[in-house]
Design a protein around this ligand. Structure first.
Ligand SMILES: [Zn+2]
Length: 343
């Protein structure tokens, strides 16, 4: 059975993977109707498997947040059968209630981005989706349980302000975001969380506090009688990142035992009920025409074969689709086991 959980991480997390902190097999980028996704890895741990997607590519910060193909990334994970996405995100705190090196399970988002595509349904009148709860409550609870089990210092709430970047905020902007009710600053969660909702997936985020937002002063954190200098802040952030493999491993175990109460899998139900879209999510999108030379043609089952490692033009693993794409029959032995109201 394929993993049902995926982690989307940035460059610090990918560096860990590159250094061998994960047992991982590179699956590579995946072709989707929205272009190529970022590279995907299949990771193994003692307590379960999961996918890892490197948000910014494999060569440092080669893709700044404005140019990440968020739609392809979310689509590719959905295509692989992922139902729960955990975003691993660096953040800067807008107030001193958050400690550098500690974790935060984000509870809400203020979207201050302006150059990203925020929906799968451009010019289609779809994507009118309620944004409360913004993050999956069951997955957030599982993250909190995991961090507690790992003796991590964390807060179970925090309002994340997603800015466009790549430049950092000005002091006046930081003051504005704080006045909005923002508590953490980052560049990653929007539109990921909104796109995951459009594909009826559970999504939640673990943030780690790497520094404080720009204040326009030379203030340095003062803890336990000592000033925490820039090097001290970086060491704290690095220590937080290095616990990622252990946290994800533990999360695999926690999720197996989690009985979900969320409704993420029905977030598009109102559009389905009105007849605007069908209940098979794959029929919501136009598929790109494959080049004639590269097309392997239909298989004996009537389903077009893969065009690369993983992209399934029809219904994916664990199910078969009828020739007219109107009916999906669960494969023998497939069960719903995580974060479903029906589980
Ligand atoms: Zn959920």
């Amino acid at each position: 059975m394929n993993p049902f959980m995926a982690c989307i991480g940035g460059t610090a997390a990918y560096d860990l993977l590159r250094e061998g902190a994960f047992v991982a097999q590179r699956l590579g980028p995946q072709r989707t109707p929205f272009g190529l996704s970022a590279p995907i890895y299949l990771c193994e741990s003692r307590l379960g498997e999961f996918y890892f997607l490197s948000r910014h590519g494999e060569s440092g910060y080669e893709l700044v947040p404005s140019f990440v193909n968020y739609r392809a990334n979310i689509y590719a994970l959905k295509d692989r059968g992922v139902r729960a996405i955990v975003s691993w995100s660096e953040t800067r705190a807008l107030c001193h209630n958050y400690t550098i090196g500690h974790y935060v399970v984000a509870s809400d988002v203020i979207d201050e981005t302006h150059s990203r595509t925020h929906t799968f349904f451009e010019n289609r009148g779809l994507g009118v989706v309620r944004q409360w709860p913004v993050f999956c409550p069951s997955l957030r609870e599982a993250l909190a349980t995991t961090l507690t089990a790992e003796n991590c210092q964390y807060k179970d709430h925090g309002v994340y302000v997603c800015i466009e970047g790549p430049r950092r905020e000005t002091p006046a902007e930081a003051a504005k975001y704080a006045s909005f009710g923002g508590q953490l600053l980052g560049m990653s969660l929007a539109p990921e969380v909104f796109l995951a909702k459009e594909l009826q997936m559970c999504y939640a985020s673990i943030c780690y506090v790497a520094s404080y937002a720009e204040t326009g002063s030379e203030f340095r954190p003062f803890e336990q009688g000592r000033i925490l200098d820039v090097a001290g802040q970086a060491a704290r952030a690095r220590a937080a990142v290095e616990r990622l493999p252990r946290i994800l491993e533990r999360l695999c175990d926690v999720l197996r035992r989690t009985r979900g109460v969320c409704h993420c899998e029905s977030s598009m139900q109102h559009h389905i009920a009105s007849g605007q879209i069908g209940w098979d999510w794959r029929t919501w999108f136009e598929l790109p025409a494959a080049p004639p030379q590269a097309s392997p043609g239909p298989t004996s089952s009537g389903r077009a074969a893969d065009v690369n490692s993983g992209f399934k033009p029809a219904v994916g693993r664990g199910a078969e689709v009828s020739a007219d794409r109107s009916e999906i029959v669960p494969a023998a032995g497939s069960v719903r086991r995580f974060l479903s109201p029906r589980s």
